[in-house]
Design a protein around this ligand. Structure first.
Ligand SMILES: [Zn+2]
Length: 316
């Protein structure tokens, strides 16, 4: 039997065909172009699935299930995407629409949950029984694998570490709350702080690197790498908040592994050293000793691969 995983992102749709041993037989990435509308995006999802089968000489009827990893909250039972601002989608019956077009069973899963499953089965959390996956990029997402099963909570929204409060009365978050981790440590938050100081004397190091465009988190990271003090302070604050959130999760769940991925995690040692420091400082000693904090190892593949593993019934 074969399985297809599709990672539906705001800019691209990545897909993979695997066999029941989780071996990747074919992969494809196409642009999402969500501005062309829902039907057109669904056409690219079904077209990707068909292309994967064709390129691996597999017939669609040999595919046991397709799983689409989608941003935002979803309802698994009905296969609905409730609210995906990056796609401009609200209440889209994604699974039935894709299933009708392909003639195979289709499920949806939250994209960070799918990535958590991939890192747990095949990536940096391979040996882990109780792990949290955190992606720090434009936003901050997360997924929990507890006792080797994906933990979804009562309504499928478990693992949303990005919307836990780490600073009362902190900056406003897209969710409406103040002081969420996402509003303080995401790539967007780091870029905003960089932008805020770029026109001041202290922000000269950042401004010099952003002459051709807006300040991004990577501009701030590059300035910090060159020894710029303001940029270093911005990252130090962001990673301290990330560390606080991870320490809270470690204390709450006695995790053995925290896997951190996403573009901002690519900044590397400064992030991981800071998170490890906060976890040691803020958790019981035995909790910190048991909790490894490691970089994700599957990179951009984790979403599609994880969705394919979910299609195959992994961590169900
Ligand atoms: Zn929030």
């Amino acid at each position: 039997m074969y399985y297809i995983g599709i990672d539906l992102g705001g800019t691209k749709i990545a897909s993979m065909l695997i066999n029941s041993e989780y071996e990747v037989l074919a992969r494809l990435t196409v642009p999402t172009r969500h501005e062309e509308g829902e039907q057109s995006v669904i056409g690219r999802i079904t077209g990707s699935a068909q292309h994967l089968c064709d390129s691996a000489s597999v017939e669609m009827r040999q595919v046991g299930r397709v799983c689409v990893g989608s941003p935002g909250p979803i309802i698994r039972e009905s296969g609905m995407v409730l609210d995906a601002p990056n796609l401009g989608w609200k209440n889209v019956a994604l699974a039935p629409l894709v299933s009708n077009a392909l003639g195979v069973p289709v499920i949806v899963e939250n994209d960070a949950n799918a990535a958590a499953v991939a890192e747990n089965l095949l990536g940096a959390g391979k040996a882990s029984r109780n792990m949290m996956y955190i992606t720090v990029s434009t936003g901050v997402g997360g997924g929990l694998v507890l006792d080797r099963r994906l933990y979804r909570g009562s309504g499928g929204a478990a693992g949303e570490i990005g919307h836990t409060t780490v600073l009362p009365n902190g900056p406003l978050c897209g969710c409406g709350n103040r002081g969420c981790l996402e509003a303080l440590a995401s790539g967007t938050a780091i870029a905003r702080r960089g932008q805020e100081i770029a026109h001041r004397p202290a922000g000269r190091g950042i401004a010099q690197l952003a002459v051709d465009g807006p300040v991004t988190a990577m501009t701030v990271a590059e300035a910090a790498r060159r020894g710029d003090r303001a940029a270093t302070a911005i990252l130090r604050d962001a990673f301290e908040y990330l560390g606080i959130a991870v320490a809270n999760a470690a204390n709450l769940l006695n995790l053995d592994t925290v896997v951190i991925g996403g573009g901002v995690a690519g900044i590397g040692d400064m992030l991981f050293d800071s998170v490890r420091y906060e976890v040691r400082a803020r958790t019981f000693a035995f909790v910190a000793e048991q909790c490894k904090i490691v970089p994700a190892s599957l990179g951009a593949d984790s979403g599609a691969l994880g969705a394919a593993c979910c299609a195959a019934g992994a961590c169900a």
